[in-house]
Design a protein around this ligand. Structure first.
Ligand code: NAD
Ligand code: ZN
Length: 360
């Protein structure tokens, strides 16, 4: 048995207003005046002077606004890299992602593709990246995915949705300023928060569970319950605790895996473009059979916050559509093995998956 030797985010700042320290954190990392910092910023912040005025632009530094309406694509990474290489005099000093999981993943992928040849799709998988990435910083504005700590940058490519998993993927620096999450709309807050909750349930109920994952998973689960179930926290406390839940949830799956909800949600994402947070909620809502206690609590959380989970998203699909989703889901073998054990193929069949999708 050989155990995995994982890199972790080496530097992290936590605190309300810590975004103000970006300048002092980045300054020493500037390679030279021709090597700019490139900020990839969620376009929800365009015209938002409260946030933008605190981005410490100098020399040729640039902000590129990015829509998170769709999940990041490999082609989008390639286009961004080309644009950055063409427009900067020297290789950038750093790539800084400011946004939710979509923008954080883009920042990670772009920083990798600046120093590695070929196209982003060539690196979807495990340990395919050869060269160290450009210095990259993650500043989340939405909490739950764990993308700020994880070793993957999830991308949709021409034939699969799969992350660039590598030792060079994790951020060199993360800034956790919960104030940046204050204006997230409630539905989005819930969907992305539930991504974290589902990470915990899938990790804690998986066959890959070990003390490392369990300790992080239990911590994250406790925080999720405080935020989504008990409803006794102030807004600031709730935002801070959800940020830490996201972090611990991400750490928990680093040393285990996600499970049924994620596998099936990837199918929805690939075929219908359903976004990760809401997609997980759509699926998880129908997984009592696999996660009875987790799903029961999830339904209570929906009630407490009175959010809508979309229904009937698979109502008008053809057999061919179902097959596409089923194939995408079944290909994620480690997720099934974690969820159901080594003989998962006896439990989960294309027919079973179709029945489940038909309920959604
Ligand atoms: P997101 O980044 O897709 O953003 C969702 C919406 O929230 C967007 O409309 C965005 O503009 C908006 N938003 C973000 N911050 C806001 C703010 N402060 N105020 C108002 N609106 C704001 O959402 P997400 O759920 O954080 O990320 C989903 C993505 O993360 C998916 O692409 C998924 O594949 C990826 N993911 C990655 C990992 C990983 O480990 N790398 C893990 C889970 C999910
Ligand atoms: Zn997830």
């Amino acid at each position: 048995m050989s155990y995995k030797n994982f890199p972790m985010v080496p530097r992290v700042v936590f605190g309300r207003g810590s975004f103000n320290q970006s300048g002092e954190i980045l300054d020493p990392k500037r390679l030279n005046v021709n090597a700019p910092f490139i900020y990839l910023v969620d376009d929800v912040f365009k015209n938002n002077t409260w946030l933008l005025s605190r981005i410490p632009l100098a020399y040729d530094d640039k902000i590129i606004y990015i829509s998170a309406a769709k999940e990041p694509k490999t082609s989008q990474v390639d286009t961004l890299v080309e644009e950055i290489i063409l427009k900067t005099k020297d290789k950038p000093s750093g790539i800084i992602g400011i946004g939710g999981g979509s923008i954080l993943d883009l920042a990670k992928a772009v920083s990798i593709m600046i120093t590695n040849e070929g196209e982003a799709k060539d690196y979807q998988g495990w340990d395919l990246v050869k060269n160290e990435a450009v210095y990259h910083v993650g500043i989340p504005t939405l909490a739950g995915t764990g993308a700020e700590v994880s070793r993957t940058a999830v991308l949709t490519g021409p034939d699969k949705k799969l992350g660039i998993n590598s030792d060079f993927t994790p951020f060199d620096q993360v800034i956790l300023d919960s104030e940046l999450t204050k204006d997230v709309p409630i539905n989005q807050w819930f969907y992305t928060g539930m991504d974290c909750y589902i990470h915990c349930i899938e990790s804690l109920n998986g066959t890959f569970l070990n003390a490392f994952s369990e300790s992080y998973g239990n911590t994250a689960l406790g925080l999720c319950k405080e935020v989504f179930l008990e409803n006794k926290l102030s807004e600031v406390e709730s935002q801070e605790k959800l940020m830490m839940a996201s972090w611990h949830g991400g750490m928990s799956i680093a040393y285990s895996q996600v499970g049924v909800a994620h596998a099936m949600s990837y199918g929805l994402a690939y075929l219908l473009g359903t976004k990760h947070g809401v997609g997980n909620c759509i699926v998880f809502n129908h997984l009592e059979e696999y996660y009875p206690i987790g799903v029961k609590l999830f339904k209570e959380m929906i009630k407490v916050h009175n959010v809508e989970i979309p229904q009937n998203v698979c109502a008008n699909l053809s057999d061919e559509d179902f097959n596409i989703m089923i194939n995408i889901a079944l290909n994620l073998e480690p997720l099934w093995e974690n969820a159901l054990g080594k003989s998962w193929k006896n439990i989960i069949t294309p027919k079973k998956l179709k029945e489940l999708y038909q309920k959604m």
